[in-house]
Design a protein around this ligand. Structure first.
Ligand SMILES: Cc1cc2nc3c(=O)[nH]c(=O)nc-3n(C[C@H](O)[C@H](O)[C@H](O)COP(=O)(O)OP(=O)(O)OC[C@H]3O[C@@H](n4cnc5c(N)ncnc54)[C@H](O)[C@@H]3O)c2cc1C
Length: 267
């Protein structure tokens, strides 16, 4: 099925976009980690959100999810791994599945993780972000897994189940070693572990890795007044577009992105 709109990220920006799309009777698929993974869910009573003084972050996210579902938005739980325009569509890969839309809105919040030393140079040459997508290339080989993805254990277990020798490391202080291909990792204590592949299973993926060719400004996604990015059919909203990292801005941009993406989507 080709959706009118794909939304990446089930925080306030993405859920507002989904609600707005359904209010216009457009089909929408929200691809997201568990919506309660939004950092907002850690917020105690908030004083500055208009009209709902004292609402907790968790309560607000739960109500947004309920509203979006009740209005007919569809949800797919999982990490979006890549987003790219293709012909008259935008394709989003979710773990080892693919979704197609006329337009997409990136609303993944901020990725707080800087790339690890060696990560970008060795991406696709031993560095992977998805065990169930790339694991078969490492069958019977030594791999290292590191990350904080909600499905981390499941992904690591998948690698063990296909015969990989899996070592688990903490992301902090990790360096990836190798010239043309991954040969190992060095952890924060300086200990080196030889391996053939490194699976970085983070809950969020930096925007430039999510959508190759996406224009950034100071590390945030560059958008125009319609919330359009430089890539056809791809819009962005919320914290991922930069300061202020605040709820009211995220909600407003989600609405704006939905409005213009539904008019300007592809195909
Ligand atoms: C402790 C705390 C307190 C705060 N208090 C306030 C406050 O009082 N007032 C205020 O205005 N703001 C507050 N904020 C800021 C507010 O939480 C953010 O501005 C707001 O949540 C941004 O919404 P968003 O939808 O852009 O991103 P997020 O809320 O970060 O949601 C993004 C969602 O996308 C998911 N995601 C990310 N990458 C992927 C991927 N590749 N595939 C699938 N899903 C993905 C994430 O897991 C997350 O669920 C607070 C933040 C924190 C952390």
């Amino acid at each position: 099925m080709k959706y009118d709109l794909l939304v990446i990220g089930g925080g306030p920006a993405g859920l507002t976009a989904a609600i707005h799309a359904r209010a216009r009777d457009k089909s929408v698929l929200v691809v997201t980690n568990q919506p309660t993974a939004s950092p907002l869910c850690k917020a105690p009573a908030m004083a500055n959100y208009p009209g709902l003084p004292g609402v907790t972050g968790l309560e607000l996210v739960e109500r947004l999810v309920e509203q979006a579902r009740d209005m007919g938005a569809e949800f797919k739980t999982g990490r979006a791994l890549s987003v790219m325009p293709m012909g008259g569509s935008v394709m989003v890969s979710v773990e080892n599945d693919v979704a197609e839309g006329r337009a997409a809105i990136l609303a993944p919040g901020v990725s707080r993780a800087a790339p690890l030393p060696g990560e970008e140079a060795l991406l696709g040459r031993g560095v992977s972000y998805c065990a169930t997508c790339d694991g078969m290339f490492y069958r019977g080989k030594r791999v290292v897994c590191a990350g904080d993805a909600p499905n981390f254990e499941e992904e690591a277990e998948f690698l063990r189940s296909i015969g990989c020798q899996v070592a688990v490391k903490r992301l902090a202080g990790l360096s990836i070693l190798g010239e043309d291909r991954v040969t190992g990792v060095r952890d924060a204590a300086g200990e080196e572990t030889p391996c053939d592949g490194v699976f970085l299973l983070r809950a969020s993926i930096a925007p430039g890795q999510l959508a190759p060719g996406l224009a950034l400004e100071n590390g945030y996604i560059k958008v125009d007044g319609r919330m359009a990015t430089n890539l056809p059919g791809i819009y962005a909203a919320g914290d991922c577009t930069g300061q202020p990292l605040q709820l009211a801005k995220a909600v407003g941009q989600g609405q704006t992105a939905a409005h213009f993406s539904l008019e300007g989507g592809q195909g």
